[in-house]
Design a protein around this ligand. Structure first.
Ligand SMILES: CC(C)(COP(=O)(O)OP(=O)(O)OC[C@H]1O[C@@H](n2cnc3c(N)ncnc32)[C@H](O)[C@@H]1OP(=O)(O)O)[C@@H](O)C(=O)NCCC(=O)NCCS
Length: 163
């Protein structure tokens, strides 16, 4: 899928490949206190349940990425990040919305994730997309911070039909 976004230019969403990993790792390193390693991403690329995506800019450079997985009808977002200079232009929303479309078509019923209590930008993004906060894991992260559990419930076929 290719589209033009204000402030960002042309963006293409496509499956992540080995060739993207150097740029993905550079974004990962500046996005998280405990970044994933190359092996983490290789595991996702090789997993039959995972479908990692990248957003590429007009020059083919990685603008952001998303690592989700779907097992039967239960999905999870394991990782999502946008290149710092391109944040707040709608790329995070675009990546997750394209995943919601894809997983809805593939029969997912729920999409869950964990987010740091302190990560307001991510919590706001997920809330705006329709996720709700469903729980909390105390001291989940390496710095003792709690994780908030969030869930998106997919509409079932027929929801909203007149009875
Ligand atoms: C979280 C992250 C992926 C969001 O990506 P992004 O491209 O900047 O987000 P978007 O521009 O799509 O923003 C989507 C919505 O979230 C809100 N939002 C995003 N960043 C925000 C910020 N810093 N402060 C307040 N609201 C913010 C916006 O209001 C926006 O709403 P709108 O679409 O109605 O305008 C990005 O900040 C990031 O890479 N963070 C580091 C990695 C990380 O924390 N990942 C999540 C781990 S759970």
């Amino acid at each position: 899928m290719m589209l033009r976004m204000t402030g960002v230019g042309d963006i293409t969403i496509c499956p992540m490949s080995d060739a993207d990993l150097d740029e993905v790792l550079a974004i990962e390193a500046v996005s998280y206190p405990k970044p994933w390693t190359r092996e983490h991403f290789l595991d996702e690329l090789n997993s039959p349940f995972a479908s990692p995506l990248v957003a590429l800019d007009g020059e083919g450079r990685v603008a952001g990425y998303l690592c989700p997985m779907l097992l039967l009808d239960e999905a999870q977002i394991l990782n999502v990040a946008v290149r710092p200079d391109l944040r707040s232009h709608g790329l995070g929303r675009l990546l997750i919305e394209s995943l919601l479309d894809d997983y809805r078509n593939r029969g997912a019923s729920v999409l869950s994730l964990e987010v740091r209590v302190s990560n307001e930008p991510a919590r706001i993004l997920y809330r705006k997309l329709g996720f709700t906060e469903t729980g909390r894991r105390p001291k989940y992260y390496e710095n003792g911070e709690d994780a908030i559990l969030m869930e998106y419930i997919f509409d079932q076929p027929g929801d909203g039909d007149a009875v």
